[in-house]
Design a protein around this ligand. Structure first.
Ligand SMILES: Nc1nc2c(ncn2[C@@H]2O[C@H](COP(=O)(O)OP(=O)(O)O)[C@@H](O)[C@H]2O)c(=O)[nH]1
Ligand SMILES: [Mg+2]
Length: 345
C-alpha cells in the first residue's frame, strides 16, 4: 500500500466538472468563480468552535491583559472544556499556562499560543494521507452510524479523487433503504462517477463484490463503498461489515485499503464510543469528522484522535460536494484560533 495526499494547491479556480449540465444540480453551490478557497471554507466551517475557543478565551481577558491567577485558570479551563477537547487536553493547556505565566499579566495572544502549541502536539500524530493501492484500484469502505454523513462524505471524496483525474466507481452498499441508493446515484450522476447498485434489501456484501469487480475489470482508480448506518453496539450489523471486508479482500488481498468511520462532530461524547466500537469491531483505519460547520464542539477531534490512535483523514465543513478537506492540523488550528472571523458571503 502507498499513501496518497491530495494536492495542496488552492483549488479556487473554476472547476470544469463543477459546471454541471444542470446549473441547479450542485445546490447550494455558488457560481464557481465565487467559491471560497480552502482556508476560507475551513474557517467558516469551524466558525462555531472558533467562536468558543478564541472569542470566549479573549473575553476572559476583558481589558488589555489579565493577571494569570487561579481564578483566571478556572475560567480558561471552562472555555476549553466547552469545545469538547476533553479533560486531558484542557488540563495540559491550563498546566502549561500556569507553569509559564502564573502571576504575570499577559495578553490573550500568549494564551492562544499555548492553546495552539498544545493542540498541535496532540493533533499532529493524527495527520495521515489516505492509504492507496500500489497497483489496481484503491478500495475505500465507508461506515458509521445513521445520518453521520457517510453518503455525503462519499460524494465529497469522489469529487476530490475526480479532481485528481482519477476514475471513480461507487458501490451503493446501503441496501437497507431504497432512498439511500437513490441519494448515492444522484451524486454519482452529478459528479461523473460510475455506480454499482443492487436490489433493495439485497446482501450489501454482494454489492461490494460487484463494485470491486467493476473497478478491477474497468481499470478504475478508486472504488468507494457505502454502507447502511449502524450502531457500534449492534453486534450482528458489525459482523456484516466484517463480511463485506472479507469479500473485498478475496478480490484484492490488501483491500479495503481504508475503512473510514464517518463521525458527526455534533455527536459530542458519543463520538468517542463510536470511534472505539468501530475501530475494534469493523477495523476502521481512519476518521472523517463531518458537520464541523454545525458544531461548536469541534474540539472533540482531539480526544477522538488521541484516545484511539485513529488518524483523522478528512473533515467535512458543509453539505456541498466541495466541503471536504484533508485534515491538516496546522490549517485546522489556524482556522480555529485566528480570532473573530465572519465568514464572507
Ligand atoms: N452541515 C453539514 N451537513 C452535512 C455534512 N455532511 C453531511 N451532512 C448532512 O447530513 C445529513 C445526513 O447525511 P448523509 O450523508 O445522508 O448521512 P448517512 O446516513 O451517514 O449516509 C444530510 O442532510 C447531509 O446533507 C457536513 O459536513 N456539514
Ligand atoms: Mg447514507
Amino acid at each position: 500500500m502507498a499513501l496518497f495526499r491530495f494536492g495542496r494547491k488552492e483549488k479556487d479556480e473554476p472547476q470544469p466538472e463543477a459546471v454541471a449540465a444542470d446549473p441547479a444540480a450542485d445546490a447550494p453551490a455558488p457560481a464557481a468563480a465565487n467559491k471560497p478557497g480552502f482556508l476560507d471554507r475551513l474557517r467558516s466551517g469551524l466558525a462555531k468552535t472558533a467562536k468558543v475557543l478564541s472569542t470566549d478565551v479573549r473575553d476572559i481577558f476583558k481589558r488589555e491583559g489579565r493577571l494569570v491567577d487561579e481564578e483566571f485558570l478556572e475560567e480558561l479551563r471552562a472555555a476549553l472544556v466547552k469545545t469538547d477537547m476533553g479533560p486531558a487536553a484542557a488540563e495540559a493547556i491550563v498546566a502549561d499556562v500556569r507553569e509559564r505565566l502564573r502571576a504575570r499579566v499577559v495578553d490573550p495572544e500568549v494564551v492562544l499560543d499555548s492553546i495552539r502549541t498544545q493542540l498541535l502536539m496532540r493533533l499532529k500524530p493524527a495527520e495521515a494521507g489516505i492509504a492507496t493501492a500500489t497497483a489496481g484500484p484503491t478500495v475505500i469502505l465507508v461506515t458509521g452510524v445513521n445520518g453521520s454523513g457517510k453518503t455525503t462524505s462519499i460524494a465529497k471524496l469522489a469529487r476530490l479523487f475526480l479532481r485528481e483525474g482519477k476514475r471513480v466507481v461507487l458501490g451503493a452498499g446501503d441496501t437497507f433503504r431504497a432512498a439511500a441508493v437513490e441519494q448515492l446515484a444522484m451524486w454519482a450522476g452529478r459528479l461523473g462517477a460510475e455506480i454499482v447498485r443492487g436490489e433493495p434489501g439485497c446482501d450489501p456484501a454482494s454489492v461490494a463484490h460487484r463494485a470491486v469487480a467493476k473497478a478491477v475489470e474497468g481499470g478504475f482508480d478508486v472504488c468507494i463503498i457505502d454502507t447502511a448506518g449502524r450502531l457500534q453496539t449492534q453486534a450482528n450489523l458489525m459482523q456484516e461489515l466484517g463480511k463485506i471486508r472479507r469479500v473485498i479482500a478475496k478480490q484484492i488481498p490488501d483491500a479495503p485499503h481504508e475503512t473510514l468511520l464517518v463521525i458527526d462532530a455534533t455527536a459530542g461524547q458519543n463520538a468517542l464510543s463510536q470511534a472505539k466500537g468501530f475501530k475494534e469491531a469493523a477495523g476502521c483505519t481512519g476518521i472523517v469528522l463531518s458537520k464541523l460547520d454545525g458544531s461548536a464542539r469541534g474540539g472533540v477531534i482531539v480526544p477522538v484522535a488521541e484516545q484511539f490512535g485513529l488518524p483523522v483523514k478528512f473533515v467535512g465543513v458543509g453539505e456541498s460536494a466541495d466541503d471536504l478537506e484533508p485534515f491538516r492540523p496546522e490549517a485546522f488550528l489556524a482556522a480555529l484560533l485566528e480570532g473573530s472571523f465572519s465568514p464572507a458571503g
